[in-house]
Ligand binder design. Sequence first.
Ligand code: SAH
Length: 373
Amino acid sequence: MRRKGVLVDRIQLLGLTGDELERFVTEDLKQSRFRAGQIGGWLARGADIPEMTNLSAALREQLARIAVANPVRIARSIQSRIDETEKYLYALPDGNLIEGVLMRYHHGDTLCVSTQVGCRMGCAFCASTLEGRVRNLTAGELLGQVVAVNRHIQSADPQRRVHNIVLMGSGEPLDNYDNVVKFLRLVNDPKGLNISLRNISLSTCGLVRRMYDFAREGLPVTLSLSLHAPNDEIRRRIMPVANAYSYEEVLTACKYYVEQTGRRVIFEYALIKDLNSEVGHAEELARRLRGMRCHVNLIPLNDVKERKLEAPDRRTVETFLKRLELKHISATVRREMGADIEGACGQLRRKAMLNPESLECVSKMPEVHFRRL
Ligand code: SAH
């Protein structure tokens, strides 16, 4: 199928497991099995099909007709002038756009990966969900983000590579369960990128049934739970998912995750002015979390222009943190990164869709079409 000059139904080689790649090579390409090893090696290094020089020119041509190595292309990268954060706008084969952020921490380069185009969870403070979910990303598009960024940063410094991954970009990872689980196994493959699952965090708004499934997958990734409230009443005001699963059910699922994986859970708590950031809320939160193996990540809300919610002042944030600590709850305030480059979830993509000309090189790409709002 062709759309705007781009093949959208080509096989995404990065999304295949070793066995699937072998089957594709022997059955579809009618080649011998060792070719799969050769292609797999190239893919792990981020090579494109024309660069696979130990394949014959004819085979490369045949391959390029039916397959694409990496379906994700960096359409635009923006470097923060404040810190070393870099933001990416990626183009997908069907013209959709997603985004990602690379943050430099002392424990290595950390990439924030998107899991869906848009999101259908409807959280009141989040830009990613404003137009709902467009579609799930494939496993190849998930892995493709990491491979594309590796290639991008290695062009300047061959020693650099994505070391940690947070599934905290646009989308709800547990609403795209099968592709996300496949991605986690692929990215951890010793023959592939070989990124340790312990260096990966998955953030969910709390799809409880899927949290139990995920706990049983045997994947020791860190679970981040977007809690954002000290009780059901406040949570329901900002997160529609709280109408489906109660606070207690979410915490019980988190405890199960801790039991199954031995890993502590991280609670994300966006501090919102006049909503969830009073001392009484910190006390209530501490009571609810008492005795759990957990850590609370406080995030002063990133203002989203379309919403009327804003962050509280600094003193309120500090008081909230101190009160949690006083109650023996481990907590930190998340350092703001990339504040000058639309660092928050969904903001860059939204800017590109509303005003394509604002992103000069994107508007020059003929195959990218902008979804109308
Ligand atoms: N759907 C997943 C992951 C994507 S969002 C989830 O809900 O966890 C990643 C994190 O950013 C979540 O904790 C989300 O609640 C938070 N977030 C979204 N918009 C935000 C904003 N404007 N300010 C602060 N945090 C925000």
